[in-house]
Design a protein around this ligand. Structure first.
Ligand code: ACO
Length: 401
């Protein structure tokens, strides 16, 4: 209940919407979600069609430009991305300054923000070509920085990007190749990773994308905006959930402990939630989770992985879908529930899971940032608040308090 007399005098119509559950902060033509029907469209194309037929780089082009590319346009875009994958040599000393056990998300966040210091001279936000180049640079360089952060954290020398490889294979090479043992790229692994990048590429005004837009609304440069997006993604209620899912499955340990985990998640006092369940917008099955679920089984089958954690995950899913608490609140497995299991099968370490999400989501972040730059209705984002503090009172000297 709000005391209207305490609202600021200039207030005409004031909406209190904690968590922005019913407030549109912008108009956007990029992604459409119907949470009740479980529909997700990128520029009008259903996510299942893109997942089956497209590639991450083509989807990135689509999100940014609004249309699927023809062959010439795609070749030019791939060429641009491929030729901006190198990171500045000086950025390596920046990475070397982090503690050896720094979380790769911390390194990614700091290093992407530092790109502002490398490209500030060449960035005129009023020039469409320079804005496009900033978007290309971010899509190209973030996998290089991500892989470098990982290798630094395990004490391996950094691998330079190989331009004769496609986007996903190049990333896998930078992550995993060691000099003594040239990496054999498994097409199943590359396809699964490409699919995960597609599914994570955009999701309209999620917390991290809204953060990119809020920072972008001030006219800040795009590297700072995307770095802010990475910070927002890190939290366990958002992109950090995929890492939290794996930790939760490990903690549960065996299928016979699933029932007690469900009971704990239903007990509000426990402070424990089933990670990878529920979604702010999808109150039906997350369409991305359906696609990943199928891919999870395919990857584990083809790689011959027999992972006991998968058994725990399947039992958890089955038990939650039958439980009234989860059914009534429409808490279904979300995209993060399965992505962690695939990443684990691909031998991607747990602390890199959210970084993987960030690589895919970069396409959406830059698409939103570009859209915002040409939106005639865009304004600085400046929410208001409901003040709940003290009434006006007089200062009391410290010796009289
Ligand atoms: N486990 C147990 N209970 C849950 C869970 C869960 N995972 N999620 C929601 N609930 C319960 C809440 O306690 C609440 O119960 P109540 O109505 O009795 O009070 C009800 O369901 C609604 O929950 P809210 O927190 O109000 O839902 P909201 O839409 O604000 O939150 C969120 C969505 C943050 C995703 C939440 O479901 C959650 O914390 N899930 C776990 C973390 C997670 O998987 N995050 C990834 C999101 S997807 C992504 O970022 C790609």
């Amino acid at each position: 209940c709000i005391d209207i007399a305490r609202l600021p005098k200039e207030t005409g119509c004031f909406t209190y919407d904690a968590g922005f559950t019913a407030t549109a902060s912008c108009k956007s033509a990029i992604t459409y979600i119907d949470g009740d029907a479980g529909v997700l469209l990128y520029r009008g194309y259903p996510i299942d069609q893109l997942a089956e037929k497209s590639s991450f780089l083509e989807v990135a082009y689509l999100l940014i430009n609004g249309e699927l590319p023809d062959q010439k346009q795609f070749a030019a875009f791939s060429h641009d991305v491929t030729h901006h994958t190198m990171m500045h040599e000086a950025l390596k000393s920046f990475l070397n300054g982090f503690r050896h056990d720094a979380h790769p998300m911390a390194m990614l966040c700091g290093s992407v923000a530092s790109l502002s210091a490398f490209y500030h001279d060449t960035l005129d936000l009023n020039d469409p070509e320079q804005r496009r180049m900033a978007a290309v640079r971010l899509i190209a360089k973030i996998p290089t920085i991500a892989a470098a952060a990982y290798r630094y954290s395990i004490g391996w020398p950094i691998r330079y990007p190989r331009n004769n490889l496609d986007y996903v294979s190049r990333f896998l090479h930078m992550m995993f190749e060691v000099p003594s043992e040239p990496l054999e790229l498994n097409p199943v692994v590359a396809k699964a990773l490409d699919l995960l990048f597609i599914l994570h590429a955009d999701h309209e005004q999620n917390a991290s994308t809204s953060t990119v837009r809020l920072v972008g609304s001030t006219g800040a440069n795009p590297y700072a905006c995307v770095s802010a997006g990475i910070a927002a993604l890190w939290g366990p209620a958002h992109g950090g959930a995929n890492e939290a899912v794996l930790k939760m499955l490990e903690e549960i340990g065996t299928p016979d402990k699933v029932e007690s985990a469900i009971a704990r998640a239903k007990d509000k006092e426990s402070g424990f939630r089933l990670m990878g369940f529920g979604h702010r917008v999808y109150k039906n099955f997350d369409p991305r989770a359906k696609i990943i679920r199928e891919m999870t089984h395919k990857v584990l089958g083809e790689l011959g992985v027999d992972d006991p954690l998968l058994e725990v995950a399947m039992k958890l899913e089955e038990a939650a879908l039958k439980d009234d608490y989860f059914v009534q609140r429409k808490l279904y497995p979300n995209v993060d529930f399965y992505s962690g299991i695939i990443y684990k099968a691909l031998k991607i370490p747990t602390e890199m899971f959210t970084v993987m999400f960030a690589i895919g989501r970069t396409a959406g972040w830059v698409a939103h940032w570009l859209e915002q730059q040409t939106d005639p209705e865009a304004k600085i984002g400046r929410p208001r608040q409901i003040y709940t503090g003290a009434d006006t009172r007089d200062y009391v000297a410290i010796d009289r308090r």
